[in-house]
Design a protein around this ligand. Structure first.
Ligand SMILES: Cc1cc2nc3c(=O)[nH]c(=O)nc-3n(C[C@H](O)[C@H](O)[C@H](O)COP(=O)(O)OP(=O)(O)OC[C@H]3O[C@@H](n4cnc5c(N)ncnc54)[C@H](O)[C@@H]3O)c2cc1C
Length: 366
């Protein structure tokens, strides 16, 4: 029954990759999980807020605790986790090029490849953006929640989506003052529950507003902001000066698709999910049938949906490698899809659900 003894290789040990590897290992399939970081967990260890959803979606549990649970399970199962290991190349057929500890390079043949490489934060350029003190929101989140370093005392947050408001709140919890959250669109972007916490703390939110420039001798000392018109052009005379030492950019995420391009996976453009991403089917298989894409690389959503997508791919890959029978695969796939659909309810979830449905439709048409 087993058609291939080469291991499944999972690239990226964030929530998506960890869950894929766990499903594969639980089914008895050989699996190697690689991540460039010294610790697995991806973005989860930065997330100190409680998750939404139902109990089976780990609602009420904080991201880093979910990370700890997944790590404990992967250790218990004895998954071959290779840390400080960056995957730098993929050859068709499927050979994975890895660099360990920045010194040792080697190749490994994969039976199946699961790409769970996450997403990269978008930047924004404006005069003064190279001054020390301008950073992405994720950078600030890593500094406070992982390294326990406060990046600054007075913060301007650019972007009111979930990342912007969650990180603004966490910066306040860490002792900083948030001078304002600005948003280019005429409406706020994040979940009401996160936005409300920041508003209740007295932080002003300015919609239809952008950053004009950052000023300072050696590092950020001020930010100049202004209202913008319907064409996103600054309206003269609306400039305001904010005394801040840190400007955080929370202006969206882009799927990290580089390895999927090397694997010749067909790419599609879905703006609601972050831009270019590999097309995939309902099992998270890309156009290259031996390569799965899960989590943010397959469209930026949340850690909870990333975990379910990882499970879907892990289950299907285990079946395709001959480690799971048809009926078990079907039952486990249906259960996982049910949980994924439940997560994609609600205003924001529904938009993403519609976008995900479009991907499946495009894939069927291809
Ligand atoms: C700044 C930021 C803040 C966020 N805040 C929230 C939040 O508050 N709540 C929420 O639900 N979601 C949040 N998200 C989104 C959430 O974290 C992601 O949806 C989720 O982590 C995606 O999981 P993932 O496994 O796809 O990717 P990630 O968690 O990003 O994991 C990907 C892993 O792959 C590794 N990797 C990438 N390329 C390679 C390579 N070539 N070789 C080896 N390893 C590689 C990365 O280092 C990383 O460890 C945030 C995301 C970001 C970027």
């Amino acid at each position: 029954m087993r058609n291939d003894e080469k291991p499944a290789i999972v690239v990226g040990a964030g929530p998506a990759g960890l869950c894929a590897a766990i499903e594969l290992k639980k089914a008895g399939a050989p699996v190697v999980l690689m991540d460039e970081n010294a610790k697995p967990g991806g973005q989860l260890f930065k997330q100190i807020h409680k998750f939404f959803g139902s109990q089976e979606h780990k609602a009420g549990i904080r991201g880093f605790d979910i990370g700890k649970e997944l790590l404990a399970e992967s250790l218990r199962l004895g998954i071959d986790v290779r840390l400080k290991t960056e995957v730098v190349g993929i050859e068709l057929g499927l050979k994975v090029w890895a660099v360990e500890d920045r010194t040792k390079s080697y190749t490994l043949d994969a039976g199946k490849l699961i790409l769970a490489t996450g997403a990269t934060e978008n930047a924004l350029s404006f005069p003064g953006w190279t001054l020390p003190g301008v950073m992405t929101a994720g950078c600030a989140q890593t500094l406070i929640n992982v390294h326990r370093v406060l990046p600054g005392k007075r913060i301007l947050m650019v972007g009111s989506g979930n990342v912007g408001v969650i990180v603004a709140y966490q910066l306040m919890q860490a002792g900083a003052q948030v001078a304002a959250v600005i948003e280019a669109l005429p409406r706020l972007g994040g979940y009401g529950v996160h936005t409300a916490k920041v508003r209740r703390a007295g932080v002003p939110f300015y919609c239809s507003t952008t950053i004009i420039r950052a000023e300072g001798a050696e590092s950020v000392e001020r930010a100049v902001i202004a209202s913008i018109d319907a064409k996103f052009q600054p309206i003269p005379g609306t400039e305001q000066i904010l005394d801040v030492d840190t400007i955080c950019l929370a202006v969206g995420l882009t799927p990290s698709i580089e390895l999927s391009c090397l694997a010749e996976c067909k790419q599609i453009y879905i703006p609601e999910l972050g831009g270019n991403m590999p097309a995939h089917d309902e099992y998270m298989r890309s156009s290259n049938q031996s390569v799965y894409v899960v989590g943010d690389i397959a469209g930026v959503e949340e850690a909870s949906t990333a975990m379910e997508e990882g499970r879907l791919a892990g289950i299907h890959a285990a079946w395709a490698m001959g480690y799971m029978d048809d009926q078990t695969m079907k039952i486990k796939t249906d259960e996982t899809r049910g949980r994924l659909q439940a997560l994609r309810q609600g205003i924001f979830g529904q938009k993403r659900f519609a976008a995900k449905e479009r991907i499946l439709a495009m894939r069927k048409d291809a």
